[in-house]
Structure formats: structure tokens, C-alpha cells
Design a binder for this molecule. Structure first.
Ligand code: AMP
Ligand code: MG
Length: 331
């Protein structure tokens, strides 16, 4: 039995994960940069990744003899962070004399979802810290049908939370505050807490909603109420564009991915929308929604199965790699 090792280092998460010869992922071992103050600093995050790399590799209960390939996130992401993952991957592949595969991080979110949820040809709603995209496979590529025009939805939630004194990652705390407020105010009307709607054609934008939510708190509204409204507006916008993508493409599966897909409200909205369209909503376990090395291993194995590996001279990072730049050879 041989395993593919996947190394994820696009931003705050540094993670090593495995998948077996059949493509099944094993849980990743991960460390996270948690800035005490402010946002994530790319160089400080990269230093953090370097310090943790040996321990992360050793934390897996397999020997290096059992590895048959090394996959890594080649992009998109923060340059200094990506460089660390790429350097570790290159040296391991060279040292063990096994193939190296650079993969597209966004595509990895789709492929782990297809693998663990058993869906075939989904529209992916990819909602993470830095990315918000609606993606579907058309003519051998994953095409971006819609995306955020400014900041990622997770970054928006984290930024709002930070301003309210909630440390990174703010998304889960916003979820909890919203839920508690809802339970205590079952008759609340969304129209009393209106925020701008983030849909622009097939695209999304979140900076306006962030500013308006900030003003709402300053104006004296309860934080829980604003968290609730923020989630309702931002998630509804994402689900609306995903629904339109289902209608345009004629597909009948929606797959959620990215850290914000851990949120039970967006999961619920996706299920309701899918049901109304006689479609199915899929969500991977939380450990495979957030950034993780196992998804990189799963995608690396798929590339290798189709004879696609990365020569060291082509293994430079691609900070601005787009989802649709990667040919999909396996589906
Ligand atoms: P990723 O960039 O995919 O690793 O995901 C990290 C992002 O997911 C951060 O912005 C978090 O705030 C966000 N996140 C994690 N859990 C939740 C949650 N339960 N609700 C909303 N956002 C979340
Ligand atoms: Mg991600």
C-alpha cells in the first residue's frame, strides 16, 4: 500500500495529509496561524510554517517508505506561504526519489468533496477566507461562473468580528452569536435589520455589507442581531448565485467547500434551495471543508493517475493561479 502526501500552505493553514491508493483521504495534521492582533501577515505565517514542518511530517503514523508521491498547493495563495510548502515538497520528493505534483488549491476543494460525498458533477459553492467562487465543470475545465469582486466572504466575517473584539477566526463566533440571538428573538424580522444585497449579476461583493453592518453596530443594534442579519444576507447572496448556476448548467448537485461551509446556516440554506429544485446538496465533513493537506493528496493522486507530474523546474509557485487554468483529465 502506498500513500500520496499532500502539503497545503496557501495561507494561515499549514497541513500535511495523506490519501491511499484508492484515493480515500486520511485526516490531516494541521497547524494554524492565529494572529493575536490584526490580519494575517504573509511572512510571519511563512515563518510559522517553517517552524512546524518537521513536527507535522513526523506526526503521521506512516514511514516515508510508504509514500509514493508528494503533492503540494502550487497556487493560488500568499507567495511566502506557498513557497514554504513548495520547498518542503520539492526536497521530500527529491530525497525519496518519488514524483512531485503541484496542484490547484481551488480544484482540490472540489475533488475532495467529490471523493468523500460521492457526488459526480456538482456546482461548487466555494466559500473560504480568501475565496468566494461558484464553479462548474464545462468542457474539461472547472469554470468560474461567478465570484466575489472584492473580498472573500470568510475575510469579511473575520474582519467584522475583529472590529468587535472577536479574535480570528471570527466566522464560528458570528455563527454562535447569530444562533443565540435567533433563539432569544424568534419573532425577529429581517426587514428591521436590512443590509445591502451582495449579488451583482453572477458575481458577489462583500465590502458594502461589511461597512453597513459596522454602521448598524455603531448605531446601537445588538451585536447578535447584526451577526444574524450579516449571515442571512451574505449566505442568501451566495446561494442565489449557486441556484442560478444550477439553472444555467442544468446540473442537479450542489457541493459546498471552504471554511465557511462549516457553518450550519449556509448548509441549511443550500439544502432548502436544492430540495426546491429537486437537486441534492452535499457538504464534506468540516475537516475537509477547511484548508487541509488531504485534499491536496487526493488531487495529486488524480493528476498522477493520468500521467501528470511536475518537474522541479516547473514547480515554482503560482500565486494567481485561476480555477479554470487546470485541465481536468480525470472526469
Ligand atoms: P479556509 O480559508 O477555507 O481555511 O477557511 C477559513 C475561513 O472559514 C475563516 O474565514 C473562518 O472564519 C471561516 N469559518 C470557519 N468556520 C466557520 C463557521 N462555522 N461559520 C462561518 N465561517 C466559518
Ligand atoms: Mg481554501
Amino acid at each position: 500500500m502506498g500513500y500520496t502526501l499532500g502539503i497545503e500552505s496557501t495561507a494561515h493553514t499549514f497541513s500535511f495529509g495523506l490519501c491511499d491508493e484508492n484515493g480515500s483521504p486520511l485526516p490531516s495534521k494541521s497547524v494554524f496561524v492565529r494572529p493575536v492582533k490584526g490580519g494575517i501577515h504573509p511572512r510571519e505565517a511563512a515563518d510559522h510554517h517553517v517552524i512546524n514542518s518537521v513536527e507535522l511530517l513526523n506526526s503521521h503514523q506512516i514511514s516515508t517508505d510508504e509514500l509514493i508521491a508528494i503533492a503540494f498547493s502550487q497556487g493560488p495563495g500568499l507567495g511566502p506561504c506557498l513557497r514554504i510548502g513548495a520547498a518542503v515538497a520539492r526536497s521530500l520528493a527529491h530525497r525519496l526519489n518519488i514524483p512531485l505534483v503541484g496542484v490547484n488549491h481551488c480544484v482540490a476543494h472540489i475533488e475532495i468533496g467529490r471523493e468523500v460525498c460521492g457526488c459526480d458533477d456538482p456546482v461548487l459553492l466555494y466559500v473560504s477566507g480568501g475565496n468566494t467562487q461558484i464553479i462548474a465543470r464545462l468542457s474539461g475545465r472547472y469554470r468560474v461562473l461567478g465570484e466575489t469582486l472584492d473580498i472573500g466572504i470568510g475575510n469579511m466575517l473575520d474582519k467584522f468580528a475583529r472590529e468587535q473584539g472577536i479574535p480570528f477566526p471570527g466566522g464560528p463566533v458570528i455563527e454562535q452569536l447569530a444562533r443565540e440571538w435567533c433563539e432569544n428573538n424568534p419573532d425577529a424580522k429581517l426587514s428591521d435589520y436590512e443590509l445591502p444585497y451582495a449579488v451583482q449579476g453572477m458575481d458577489l461583493a462583500f465590502s458594502g455589507i461589511l461597512t453597513a453592518a459596522r454602521h448598524m453596530v455603531k448605531g446601537g443594534d445588538e451585536l447578535g442581531a447584526v451577526c444574524w442579519s450579516l449571515q442571512e444576507h451574505a449566505f442568501a447572496a451566495c446561494i442565489e448565485v449557486a441556484e442560478r448556476a444550477l439553472a444555467h448548467t442544468g446540473k442537479s448537485e450542489i457541493l459546498l467547500g471552504g471554511g465557511v461551509a462549516c457553518n450550519s446556516r449556509i448548509r441549511e440554506m443550500s439544502e432548502i434551495m436544492a430540495k426546491e429544485r429537486s437537486s441534492t446538496s452535499f457538504v464534506p465533513p468540516k475537516m475537509y471543508c477547511v484548508d487541509n493537506g488531504s485534499m491536496i493528496a487526493v488531487l495529486g493522486r488524480l493528476h498522477l493517475l493520468h500521467g501528470d507530474s511536475t518537474m522541479p523546474e516547473n514547480s515554482g509557485i503560482q500565486q494567481h493561479l485561476r480555477t479554470n487554468e487546470t485541465p481536468i483529465l480525470w472526469a
